[in-house]
Design a binder for this molecule. Structure first.
Ligand SMILES: CC(C)(COP(=O)(O)OP(=O)(O)OC[C@H]1O[C@@H](n2cnc3c(N)ncnc32)[C@H](O)[C@@H]1OP(=O)(O)O)[C@@H](O)C(=O)NCCC(=O)NCCS
Length: 146
C-alpha cells in the first residue's frame, strides 16, 4: 500500500478525532486538564502551526504537537493510527514539525520517549536524534491532569 498524505494544521473540528487517535495509540490523555477541548482549542489559536495533522482523503490518521520554549523545540504527542503505520507518516510529521520549530528559532529539538517505547526510540534514532544516557525526567505539576 502506498499512502498519499496531506499535512495540514489541526482545526477545532478535529478535536474528537485527536482524542480518539491519542487514546487508540496508547498516549496518556488527560481530558479534564491539558487535553480538554478548551485547552486544545486555545493551543490551536495560540500556536496554529504547531498542531499538525496528517490526513488521507480528509481523514485524520496521525498528528504531532510541537512546542517551543524560546530556545528548545519539542516534538510531542506523535501518533499514527495502526492501519497507516510503517509508511513514513510519522517521519513526515516530525520533519514538518522540525521545520516549523526551526523557523521559530529552535536550536535544539528533542522528544521525551518512554523507556519501553522501542518503536518510537527507533524512529527518532532513524531521524538522527541522539539518545542521552544518564538523564532522568523530573516534573512538578499543578495536578495529575496537566
Ligand atoms: C511510533 C509511531 C508514531 C511510528 O509511526 P509510523 O508512521 O509507523 O512511523 P514511520 O513509518 O514514519 O517510520 C518507520 C520507522 O520508525 C521506526 N519504527 C516504527 N515502528 C516500529 C516498530 N514497531 N519497531 C521498531 N521500529 C519501528 C523504524 O525506525 C521505522 O523505520 P524502518 O521501517 O526503516 O525500520 C507509531 O508506531 C505510533 O503511533 N505508536 C504509538 C504512539 C507512540 O508511541 N507515539 C510516540 C510517543 S513518543
Amino acid at each position: 500500500m502506498t499512502v498519499k498524505i496531506q499535512i495540514r494544521n489541526l482545526r477545532p473540528e478535529d478535536y474528537e478525532d485527536i482524542i480518539r487517535i491519542w487514546t487508540e495509540c496508547g498516549l496518556h490523555v488527560k481530558p479534564k486538564g491539558r487535553d480538554s477541548k478548551a485547552h486544545i482549542l486555545a493551543e490551536m489559536e495560540k500556536n496554529p502551526d504547531y498542531l499538525i495533522g496528517a490526513c488521507v482523503d480528509d481523514k485524520l490518521i496521525g498528528l504531532v504537537v510541537g512546542s517551543y520554549d524560546g530556545r528548545r523545540g519539542c516534538v510531542n504527542r506523535l501518533a499514527v493510527i495502526r492501519d497507516y503505520r510503517k509508511h513514513g507518516v510519522a517521519q513526515e510529521l516530525i520533519r514538518v514539525c522540525e521545520e516549523r520549530l526551526k523557523a521559530s528559532g529552535a536550536l535544539v529539538i528533542y522528544a521525551l520517549i518512554e523507556v519501553e517505547n522501542i518503536p518510537s526510540q527507533t524512529l527518532f534514532k532513524k531521524m538522527k536524534y541522539r539518545h542521552h544516557d544518564g538523564l532522568m525526567f523530573f516534573s512538578k505539576r499543578e495536578s495529575d491532569e496537566v
